[in-house]
Design a binder for this molecule. Structure first.
Ligand SMILES: Cc1ncc(COP(=O)(O)O)c(C=O)c1O
Length: 420
């Protein structure tokens, strides 16, 4: 290695020192290259992001914030965090950004800790209607520690019922209203939520873990002007490292910072903070706007092709990067559809649809998303083909080998990490 510059190890070193782990890293690249990745919450982070993640910044303890750490030797990682915060604020037009949350769930935990006391009441979207576990599910801390009222979508339109949200808010007088979802294909009207929150004197939090990349690119409206607190992840549409973040008003900045550290987290992962800075920098470039628009165009093309093949998109389509598909028209459950697609080289996840008669492990739906395939370079005409292949794999188990061949042919010129 010598005494030259060293930012982090090359892969050859891992192969030499631990061939077992090196082999599984190679297998994972082969897996993603060998099939279609339609998981809506995943993406392929750039090599620059991965390089920052694999750096020696992982070693540094830096409890606290830039200029106010509880460890010495933080002058370099302070620069990394200041850069990430500056870029996040610029990208999202936010008064304050905290880039330390380890994940989306950690960001939500900290946001609740900043705004609520145990036992306080909050209003959020129900998990079976598209909300996240951290929005008040009994299986999660949020449902145990807070008094949660839940809103859902209408049975006829499958869209958020804003009248119900307002009625519930007036009845329950929550201290916090949460908007944002994990399986909702349409735009959320943050202005309407702001109005309801103001009417009952509640804080408004937007959890945009999923569409934050589309928001960064201004491809869909931002919650920043409306919400008191915005939580997000950096690894989904934003295409950064696995991690979370929080944006808030200047008024809440100190409360949010204290809620992240020391209240809910210890030392930040400075390699991840540096990688977030890289991802924000990438999202600030003009090309990222084109990427985000293509993600949405691809999701629309996929959703339309699935509809034509008898797989019904919940709400009739999508405005974002994901579609939720009712698979009952093909006589299968979500779990069966997931398995059949896997056999054909297509990775997606089963997902409950609103008013689903099946239990969560079975479901009547699948969720599909286009962040990965768009990063790979697929276009709407490719996604129409993908839709037809998904439908064929789901309808006819015998077609798995043939569909897999077609997937391989489609991906031949569009493999992730091809030119690196
Ligand atoms: C709306 C929403 N919030 C929070 C999270 C949690 O993010 P993480 O898995 O990084 O904890 C997710 C993850 O899918 C999500 O969809």
């Amino acid at each position: 290695m010598g005494a030259g510059p060293f930012y982090g190890p090359g892969f050859g070193l891992l192969e030499e020192r631990d061939p077992e782990v090196a082999a599984l890293l190679l297998d994972e690249v082969e897996r993603v290259r060998g099939g279609l990745q339609l998981i809506a919450s995943e993406n392929f982070a750039s090599p620059a992001v991965l390089a920052a993640l694999g750096s020696t910044l992982s070693n540094k303890y830096a409890e606290g914030y830039p200029g106010g750490r509880y460890y010495g030797g933080c002058e370099v990682v302070d620069r990394a965090e200041r850069l990430a915060v500056k870029r996040a604020r610029e990208l999202f037009g936010a008064e304050h950004a905290n880039v330390q949350p380890h994940s989306g769930a950690s960001a939500n935990l900290a946001a609740y800790a900043a705004l609520l006391q145990p036992g306080d009441r909050m209003l959020a979207m129900a998990l079976p209607h598209g909300g996240h576990l951290t929005h008040g599910s009994r299986a999660n801390f949020s449902g145990r520690w807070f008094d949660v009222a839940s809103y859902g979508v209408r049975r006829d339109t499958e869209l958020i019922d804003y009248d119900e949200v307002r009625d519930l808010a007036l009845r329950h007088q929550p201290k916090l209203i949460v908007c944002g979802a994990t399986a909702y294909p349409r735009l959320i009207d943050f202005g309407v939520f702001r109005g309801i929150a103001d009417e009952v004197g509640a804080w408004l939090m937007a959890d945009v873990a999923h569409p934050m990349g589309l928001i960064a690119a201004r491809a869909i409206p931002s919650p920043v002007p409306e919400a008191d607190v915005v939580t997000f992840t950096t690894h989904k549409t934003l295409r950064g490292p696995r991690g979370g973040g929080i944006l808030c008003t200047a008024e809440l900045a100190a409360r949010i910072d204290r809620a992240v550290f020391p209240f809910t987290q210890g030392g930040p992962m400075m390699h991840a903070v540096a990688a977030k800075a890289v991802a924000f920098g990438e999202a600030l470039r003009p090309e990222f706007a084109g990427y985000a628009r293509q993600v949405i165009a691809n999701a629309r093309a996929l959703s339309e092709a699935l509809a034509e093949a008898g797989m019904r998109p919940v709400t009739g389509g999508t405005d974002t990067h994901l579609a939720l598909i009712d698979v009952r028209g093909l006589g299968v459950t979500g779990a069966e559809a997931e398995l059949r697609c896997a056999a054909a080289g297509i990775t997606l996840n089963r997902n409950a649809i609103p008013y689903d008669p099946e239990p969560p492990r079975v479901t009547s739906g699948v969720r599909v998303g286009t962040p990965c395939v768009t990063t790979q370079g697929l276009e709407p005409r490719d996604l129409r083909e993908v839709g037809a292949l998904v439908a064929r794999a789901v309808r006819d188990q015998e077609s798995a080998a043939d569909v897999r061949d077609k997937v391989t042919a489609l991906l031949g010129i569009h493999q992730p990490y091809m030119d690196q």
